[in-house]
Design a protein around this ligand. Sequence first.
Ligand code: AMP
Length: 275
Amino acid sequence: MRIVLLGAPGSGKGTQSQRLVERVHIPQISTGDLLRSAVSRGTELGRQAREAMEGGRLVDDSLVLGMIRERVAEPDTRRGFILDGFPRNLAQAHALDHLLEAIKRPLDAVVQLEVDYRELVRRISGRRTCADCGRVFNLLTSPPGTTLCPKTGHAHRLIQRPDDNEATVAERLRVYDEKTRPLIDFYRARGLLRVIDAEGDVDAVTRRLSKVLGMPALRAPVRKKPAAARKVLKKTAASRKVAPKNTLRKKTAARTVRRSAPAKRASTATRGKRR
Ligand code: AMP
């Protein structure tokens, strides 16, 4: 599955990408993360990207496209990938189209994460990243709690991104509106766009995302029936032993009972709650 997550800074692209990675085991390709890594390693690419990043502007298309071409060619992307933060303007979207067309692996879906402007600013101010494993947290909505860093085995070492300050955030949101928002129509015209409400509970957003992507692996795990219900089903099946000897019909009857029983239980439970 090849997916693009579209959305303004702070819309949760990184968080939701990481959740998809854990469940569907395809890599997240975040151009922001790749660029930040280049900056911190002091590479030539990092040196060229740094100024634009600090000012909240877009890094040169040629630099970003070179990075994407290399990353998409790596073997771990064979089963698919999640693009997070790329493309960010029409030129990048066209270039991505050509790149994927050439390797005959077109996009499957583009999901737009919708979040209100004020909520974006609130989220960005609470955003922190673990300096060791790179996991993204939010002090307001998804704090690390007692989870430990998988890299160090200790508590996460939380840092705030240098471009998450007030002035840069305003510029990044402006750039998003001007350059990235037009991609919504671009992908809608290609029949790839899905839009989800990305506000509220993080788990609820993940459920909405998995639903629009039609990913059964992301749905809630199937719960085992409670022991009491299993007993009733056993009894019902036993009482049918007098039924015709045709085993096929017997199996069908048992299956029908199994399917209808949980629905009955659910409606009884709901009635109980309402009272
Ligand atoms: P992000 O982590 O996605 O918010 O990106 C952080 C910064 O990296 C952005 O504000 C840009 O300066 C730069 N950047 C990330 N992705 C791109 C891209 N696709 N094109 C240009 N600049 C980018």
